[in-house]
Structures are given as C-alpha cells and as structure tokens.
Ligand binder design. Sequence first.
Ligand code: KG4
Ligand code: ZN
Length: 339
Amino acid sequence: MSLLLSIESSCDDSSLALTEIETLRLVWHRKISQETQHARYGGVVPELASRLHAVDLPRLLEQAKPWFAEISAVAVTNEPGLAVTLNEGVMLAKAFATFQKLPLIPVHHLKGHIWSLFIEQPTRLPMLVILISGGHTMILRVESLQRMEILATSMDDSVGESFDKVAKMMGLGYPGGPIVEALAREGDPERFELPVPLRNSPRIAFSLSGLKNAVRLVVEKLGGPEAMGERDRRDLAAAFQKAVIAHLIQKSRKILANDPIPDVALVGGASANLTIRGAYEKLCAEYGKRLHTAPLEFCADNAAMIGRYGVDALAAGLTVDPAGIRVNPSRKLQSGMNL
Ligand code: KG4
Ligand code: ZN
C-alpha cells in the first residue's frame, strides 16, 4: 500500500488525510475545526487560528504514525488563504517531506474543492463547476488538471462571506451559513423586498455587497439586532437567501445555456446549503445537465479533497523540491484566467 499524506490549514480547520494512491481509498481522515474558538469574535482571527494550527496539526500527524512507513508523497494547501495559517501547514509538510525524502505537491485550495467531487471516485472531466465558499464565488470550465478557465468571479463578497456577515448583523453566531439557512427554512421570503444583485446588468459576475447593505438597512429599520424577534430573523434570512439564489441562478444560467458540457458541479463550503442545491438541481434539469455535488462532510474545508487532488497531481508530475515551496495567500483571480 502506498499512501499520500495531505494537509489543509488555509483557514480555521486543521485537517490531515491519508489516501491510497493506487485505489483512491480514503484510508484515514481527521479534522479539528476551530469554529467555536472564533465564534465569539464573529469571524476568523488569523493569529488565533495560526496558534491553534501550530498545536493541532502536529497532534494529528502523531495520530497518523502507524502509517508513516507507507507514506510515499505529501500534498499541502499553499494558496490561497490566510498567510499565517497556510504557513503552519506548509512548514509541517516541508519538514515531513524533507525528513522522509518524499516528493511534495503544492495544492491550490480551490482545486482541492473541485476535487472534493472525486474523493474515492475516478476523476470525471470536463465539468462546469460552480464554486461557492467562504473566500470565493466563481464558475469554472474544468477540462483537466492543468486547464481550468475562470468564466465568472465575484466583484466583492463571496457567498459564504455574505451569509457570515448577515448572521453577524442579526446578532447570530459564526459560521453564519448553516444558521441563516436554518432560519430561512422557517421564514417568509416575501415580507422584505431585497434587490437581486446585477439583475439588469449583462455582466456575468457576482456581487453581494449591495445585498448585504440592503440587509443592514432592514436590520436598522427594525431597531437593530436586539430589537428583532425570531420571526423578523427568519423572514429576513429567507429574503436574503432567496435574493442570493436568484442572483446565482441568473448568472449561472447564462453560462449553462451556452456551454455544451453536460456535467455541472456545485462545490465549496456554501454548497452544503440544501436550498441552493435544490435551485441548481432545477436549473440543470432545465438544460438537460447533470448536477454533481460532494458528500456534505466534504463540502467544507478538509484534507481529503487536498489529498484527492494530490494523487492526480502526483501522477502528472506536479511535485516540487520541499525547499522550494512557496505560500501564496492572495493571488488575484480574474475571469478569463486559468486557475
Ligand atoms: O469552503 P469553506 O469551508 O471555506 C473556504 O474555503 O472559504 O466555506 C466556508 C463558508 C463559510 O462562509 C460558511 O458560512 C459557508 O461556507 N457555509 C454556508 C453553509 N454552510 C457553510 N453558506 C450557506 N449555507 C450553508 N448551509
Ligand atoms: Zn475552502
């Protein structure tokens, strides 16, 4: 058995995984989420996150000890993310790969999200991929490991980020996505009228900061988060989620309608949202396309997806000398670029 060790620490999850290279079997996977530690600040505090990674990553590696002799490659997220947290994972990967004399594979976090579709499954490409996470909103045409064209991207806040900010405005916890989704399920989406972003613009891009500000105005009008009742929160969450979905679908439709690729995928932390999934199921059915999603446990950040990408990258020879690996926290990504 030959295993690939993968490490993820781009934000607030410390995660390690072991993937069997020949069979793609996920042999072992652990994740320590820091959500509760960051919740009191209403968002991720980078320095706190990095201190927690420094403790948790080595602790997880210790647990993988029984398999050390079988590990023949290491993959690690080196971009994009928080510089101080990426560094923790990269330092550990570098030390391990150097000490064990193993090839090292740098992994772009977003490629990891795309490869979450293929955990314990063969790679299935081409696909049109809608990626909605805490850091990004984009649509890509993914043809191969090395050809992934960005077709549309966000002009400001990402989907996950907008859910987080709306939750914070209403005085709710972090991460906001699952909280807002649960409230929205019980709410009346028609009570508050919120604008659908870029509705009259021909641009195929995403923007959520205007909608977020519209939510802020409603919260203020209601007297602030303390004055809001449960009903107000539910109705506002439902109106917000409805506007986000209308925006995502309107822009995605323009791409799906004109691209012959029959397979569409929805990935990233916010793809765990079942109402968003439902809307994409409907859109895909309209155009005779198949929608693919990752299992719910692999939508949010995890090392299993980094390992799955790592296996394909290893086969393609995309390894680096451990001494040469670099951390790229925020390379600018634009429509038309290759990821
Ligand atoms: O992919 P991810 O784990 O981290 C990044 O790479 O950014 O995504 C985390 C984001 C958070 O903003 C979180 O609020 C959002 O995904 N999220 C959701 C849901 N579950 C997580 N957003 C909307 N609805 C959800 N059910
Ligand atoms: Zn992510």
